[in-house]
Design a protein around this ligand. Structure first.
Ligand code: NAD
Length: 370
């Protein structure tokens, strides 16, 4: 039987509460669907700092590197506001991304029909929305050198960040976008600022060349990133897959996120290069939200972003496409039936806590899988 190694890092705040609901689904899949998942669990963030004085221990880092996929909850909270910068809770996530070389960040923006009223846009603009933003995660202006503030000696200072991309970085992120497009609507829109940035000119050239060389069956468009932002709020359903750099991706994915309603609904995946021998990509799946200290421990957090992150894991790390579709359908059905956590509550709906939301989705998943 296939063995699938999952490393769970629930983290802080609502992370462990949301992860508990995923664990139930894993247990069910192992018992009834030959899931074959083995799970190990570690500490990340503030809880790791309390235990080891580091945001993730070397031992847990090694487990993350060896796993087929990492499921990550959330980190941080006021308790650790004053810990030294290098060991702050977020440093655990940054180390995971860096050491696992997770260069491709996938953020789907899906608007469940039952939640179209929760969007800041008109329901008809977002109902049925299903777009995927593929953001380059390890290069660009957040990492380019020089990166500094220099004193000009005349009472002025100068802040410098450097936007820099090499051909290989653009090729590999474009490849991920084209490959994912083939599993969806077969369309990619690449966004940059070639009108004012040299890195944008190169981005455009490399995406075009990659498309021509290997992916000409996929439809490709180019859009300036500012126009792309405008189109995302004007007519978001025109997009299938959007590929863009680290900075523009950071902003555009947050814009797309708010089209769908609550933070508690948004999953994400971060992928590395395929292993030369096995073809497997290193991968980490996490909800977009943080540790929500304001509601932690109250049993009211929405576990859907975490459960939907697990659905992405089934799809992208294990090619369990049918199971991923079924889990996503289970989430949609439960929302259709008017079951809601507080963050997505609507008139006439039934409000439930974290555990009941998880149980209801699991029951629906079982019914759909039967
Ligand atoms: P947050 O996402 O934790 O919370 C923002 C708001 O959304 C809060 O009111 C919270 O209650 C609500 N919310 C978030 N997720 C929810 C869910 N699943 N169900 C219901 N409501 C939900 O962001 P924040 O308040 O800016 O940050 C809190 C802590 O989390 C900080 O320490 C921050 O550094 C950390 N953080 C961690 C990550 C991560 O682990 N990837 C991401 C963002 C923030």
């Amino acid at each position: 039987m296939t063995v699938r190694n999952l490393f769970l890092l629930p983290g802080d705040g609502i992370g462990p509460e949301a992860m508990a609901e995923v664990r139930k689904i894993i247990t069910y899949m192992n018992a009834e669907m030959a899931g074959g998942f083995t799970t190990d669990e570690g500490l990340v963030g503030g809880c790791a700092y309390d235990a080891h004085g580091a945001a993730i221990s070397d031992a847990d880092m090694a487990k993350a590197m060896a796993a087929d996929a990492v499921l990550f909850g959330a980190v941080g909270g006021p308790k650790w506001d004053d810990v030294p910068y290098e060991v702050r809770p977020e440093a655990g996530l940054l180390r995971l991304r860096k050491d696992m070389e997770l260069f491709a960040n996938l953020r789907p923006a899906i608007c469940y029909p039952a939640l179209s009223d929760a969007s800041s846009l008109k329901p008809e603009l977002v109902e049925g929305l299903d777009i995927l933003i593929v953001r380059e995660l390890t290069g660009g202006v957040y990492f380019g050198e020089p990166k500094e503030i220099i004193d000009l000696g005349n009472g002025q200072k100068r802040g410098i960040d450097t936007q820099v991309y090499d051909t290989y970085e653009i090729e590999r992120i474009a490849g991920v976008a084209f490959e994912l497009a083939r599993t969806r609507g077969n369309r990619v829109c690449s966004m940059e600022k070639r009108n004012v940035m040299k890195s944008g000119v190169l981005w455009n050239q490399v995406v075009t060349a990659t498309h021509k060389a290997k992916y000409s069956d996929v439809a490709l468009d180019h859009m300036l990133a500012d126009a792309g932002g405008m189109q995302l709020v004007r007519a978001p359903k025109q997009f299938d897959v959007i590929v863009t750099d680290n900075l523009f991706g950071d902003m555009l994915s947050d814009v797309a996120a708010m089209l769908t309603g609550s933070l508690g609904m948004l999953p994400s995946a971060s992928l590395g290069s395929p292993d030369a021998k096995t073809g497997k990509r290193k991968a980490l799946y996490e909800p977009v939200h943080g540790s929500a200290p304001d509601i932690a421990g109250k049993g009211i957090a929405n576990p859907i972003a975490m459960i939907a992150s697990f659905a992405m894991c089934l799809r992208y790390s294990f090619n369990l496409v049918k199971e991923a579709d079924t889990l996503e359908k289970a989430i949609a059905n439960v929302l259709d039936k008017g079951v809601r956590t507080g963050d997505i509550m609507a008139d006439g709906a039934r409000q439930v806590g974290t555990v009941e939301m998880g149980d209801t989705i699991l029951a629906e998943f079982k019914a759909l899988s039967a």
